[in-house]
Design a protein around this ligand. Structure first.
Ligand SMILES: Cc1cc2nc3c(=O)[nH]c(=O)nc-3n(C[C@H](O)[C@H](O)[C@H](O)COP(=O)(O)OP(=O)(O)OC[C@H]3O[C@@H](n4cnc5c(N)ncnc54)[C@H](O)[C@@H]3O)c2cc1C
Length: 387
């Protein structure tokens, strides 16, 4: 049986639902086709179950893209304040956790509830358990699934990235982009823990669970946040942020004592020995980590000159991870549909009228902290308004 709509949205995630609701409320007949058994599954696990739904300090600099200007227009036309207004309209209690990150007080279900309610108001029809087998375009788009056929003059691809395959992530969005002749920037796991080489694993991984505030720098980007030692390498917000800029074979530089002068206490001590060096890390690093690190990177001597060199090394520990933990552990996928292929105003393909890409499938990747949802809202609003 063939069903006819004005708009078909592929994917009932954050972007797909928000776009569908917007188009539906503007009078369009909208169908959302979702592969899994229910909408918004990733939203439910986001932010540790509380969904970090936006960030009040959202700026274009918080996003990676081959074209750093692309996201500006959509982000400017739908801001964190706009989404917060909607959250408040639904009387969803929320709080700022840190660094402008807004979380639900209760549960991420408040956000999926909001999106589902908005979709109901727009008369959006949701079809779950839909496996897309083919998409074609003649005078209109035809989407065939294992159980039906859907037709519409506009097709919005909101199938997300490759992260967390066990939750149903697929490469359909990238395949459709290629099928219709659009370039796709190479994809890679981002906001992902990194894996130490064998020597560093041997040296540090028995300290799994130990954390410290560091500045992690890579490829011109720096993040001052917590770092966590894991059973395989490094994680924690500072490392997740840095991972989005990291390339295989490259080193990450870690300042283990941001804005602190570790050796000052050693220089002024009556007697200088390794114990004074270890103690000097108090307040900067957990004791076990400080001792282990000094064991592996001891000062060459305890002279003023050697301590000066040691101080520099504390602020510039160079670590070369061998890998990331991959899409299984990545919060997002960097790369994706080349933004030069899309209108920054509407997210519509420049080559194929009526074909739109929104959310994570596009080559726009946010920093950790609510920016990826803000991109999902902003890009889907941009598309939803023009459908
Ligand atoms: C563990 C985790 C925690 C996160 N926490 C946060 C957070 O707190 N704040 C934040 O800003 N970001 C967070 N993110 C990132 C954020 O969830 C994503 O960037 C965002 O969900 C992207 O929205 P989207 O709609 O583009 O894609 P998704 O939310 O991934 O939605 C895509 C939808 O398309 C469906 N789909 C896929 N393939 C097909 C197909 N072939 N046919 C039909 N449907 C298909 C999927 O099942 C899914 O429902 C987190 C990510 C993870 C993995």
């Amino acid at each position: 049986m063939s069903r006819r709509f004005d708009v078909i949205v592929l994917g009932a995630g954050a972007a797909g639902l928000f776009c569908a609701a917007e188009a539906g409320k503007r009078g369009r007949r909208v169908a959302v086709l979702e592969r899994s058994d229910r909408p918004g599954k990733k939203i439910l696990i986001s932010g540790g179950g509380r969904c970090n739904f936006t960030n009040i300090h959202c700026k274009p600099e918080n996003f990676l893209s081959a074209n750093s200007h692309f996201a500006k227009s959509a982000l400017a036309r739908f801001t964190p304040a706009d989404f917060i207004a909607l959250v408040e309209k639904y009387k969803i209690p929320y709080h700022e956790k840190t660094l402008g990150q807004l979380f639900c007080d209760r549960s991420a279900e408040d956000i999926t509830g909001l999106l589902e309610s908005e979709c109901r108001q727009g008369g959006v029809q949701l079809f779950a358990n839909q496996r897309v087998t083919e998409v074609t375009k003649g005078s209109e788009f035809v989407v065939r699934t294992e159980t039906g056929e859907y037709r519409a003059s506009a097709l919005v691809v909101a199938t997300g990235g490759l992260s967390i395959p066990k939750m149903g992530a697929t490469d359909l969005g990238y395949r459709l982009a290629s099928q219709f002749g659009l370039d796709v920037q190479p994809t890679r796991p981002a906001l992902v823990p990194l894996v130490f080489g064998r020597n560093d694993q041997k040296a540090y991984c028995d300290l799994a669970g130990v954390s410290a505030e560091v500045v992690a720098s890579v490829n011109g980007a720096s993040f001052r946040e917590k770092m966590l030692i894991t059973h395989r390498g490094l994680s924690g917000p500072a490392i997740l942020q840095a991972s989005s800029y990291w390339e295989r074979g490259k080193a990450i530089t870690l300042d283990l004592a941001p804005a602190q002068e570790i050796t000052a206490a050693v220089l002024s001590a009556k007697t200088r020995n390794l114990a004074t060096v270890h103690n000097a890390f108090q307040g900067a690093l957990p004791k076990r980590f400080a001792e282990r690190w000094v064991e592996r990177h001891p000062p060459e001597a305890l002279t003023n000159a050697a301590l000066e060199k040691f101080e520099k090394s504390v602020h510039a520990w160079s670590v070369t991870p061998v890998d990331s933990e991959g899409y299984e552990k990545a919060e997002v996928t960097a790369g994706g549909v080349d933004s030069d292929e899309l209108s920054g105003k509407t997210m519509e393909s420049r080559k194929v009228p009526g074909l739109f890409f929104i959310g994570e499938v596009v080559d726009v990747t946010g920093h950790l902290g609510g920016f990826n949802f803000q991109w999902a809202w902003a890009s889907s609003r941009a598309a939803g308004r023009s459908l």
